[in-house]
Design a protein. Structure first.
Length: 266
């Protein structure tokens, strides 16, 4: 029986959507295994995302671009590694055959959001965030397709399979039509076909029971944890937070004055 609590209903609906997506893969195949491995972290990330929406991810441009910056530097490492290793690594060749290059979209958005000095600004930002530096270094040190597949499942899959199409209109409202380039390859006509292609290719990367299969699942789970850690490492607060704090202090002071007057009268 379903709960009447709206928060519980939202959790149930999200779980159903996650399970529906998981079922698209081959039974006991790699896609299903990777999805199941990140399920717990996915629930956590949804809670984080709900908090971030309230905290300003889609209401404060500075917070959105900070999150985007951190995922950009990790995605750039992933795509450069794929490009290097695809010459000799069959798994990298297959992943690269999907022909995604999200880094270019990120870079166009960074130029819009930060201006001409965006590269220097982002590097300064990353140097202040040990979580993003750890994640970037982890991907930079990956030396096989099985490891990179874990990163691609999380960093690409989140856009292709996950919330890219949902996030785009919110980002457009916040940052403008010139700052949504990272979403262009995963929205619009053909979205379902792109999702199906991703799922099918994933199931072709490794056979159940193989060491490659297990390593891809392990690295998917680890990268999902890193994603969550990025969300909790934000350096900024929403622009409107100070107004709430000021209002809270002001209201608190007024309440104290009223209470004191009542005490004096009594």
């Amino acid at each position: 029986m379903h709960s009447n609590d709206p928060h519980e209903i939202a959790k149930e609906d999200d779980g159903e959507a996650f399970d529906k997506t998981t079922s698209k893969g081959r039974e006991n195949g790699l896609f299903q295994a990777c999805m199941k491995s990140i399920r717990g972290a996915h629930v956590t990330s949804n809670r984080l995302r709900a908090g971030l929406v309230l905290a300003g991810l889609f209401t404060d441009k500075s917070i959105y671009r900070e999150v985007l910056s951190m995922f950009y530097v990790v995605t750039k490492e992933l795509e450069e590694k794929l490009d290097t290793l695809k010459v000799s690594d069959e798994i990298c060749q297959k992943i690269a055959s999907l022909d995604y290059n999200f880094s270019k979209g990120y870079e166009k958005d960074m130029a819009v959001l930060y201006g001409d000095d965006w590269e220097t600004i982002i590097e300064d930002l990353i140097q202040k965030n040990k979580v993003a530096r750890y994640y970037r270094e982890m991907v930079r040190n990956m030396d096989s397709g099985t490891q990179l597949a874990g990163a691609a499942f999380v960093l690409w899959g989140a856009l292709i399979i996950g919330g890219g199409a949902v996030a785009m209109p919110r980002v457009k409202n916040l940052c403008g039509k010139d700052a949504i380039n990272v979403f262009k390859d995963v929205t619009g006509p053909g979205r379902e076909e792109r999702r199906n292609n991703f799922v099918a290719l994933w199931d072709s990367l490794a056979s159940p029971g193989s060491s490659e299969f297990e390593e891809i699942v392990t690295f998917s789970q680890e990268c999902m944890r890193c994603n969550n850690n990025i969300f909790t490492s934000l350096q900024r607060s929403p622009w409107w937070l100070n107004y709430f704090i000021t209002a809270g202090v002001g209201i608190g002071a007024i309440c104290i004055v009223i209470l004191q007057r009542r005490m004096i009268k009594s």
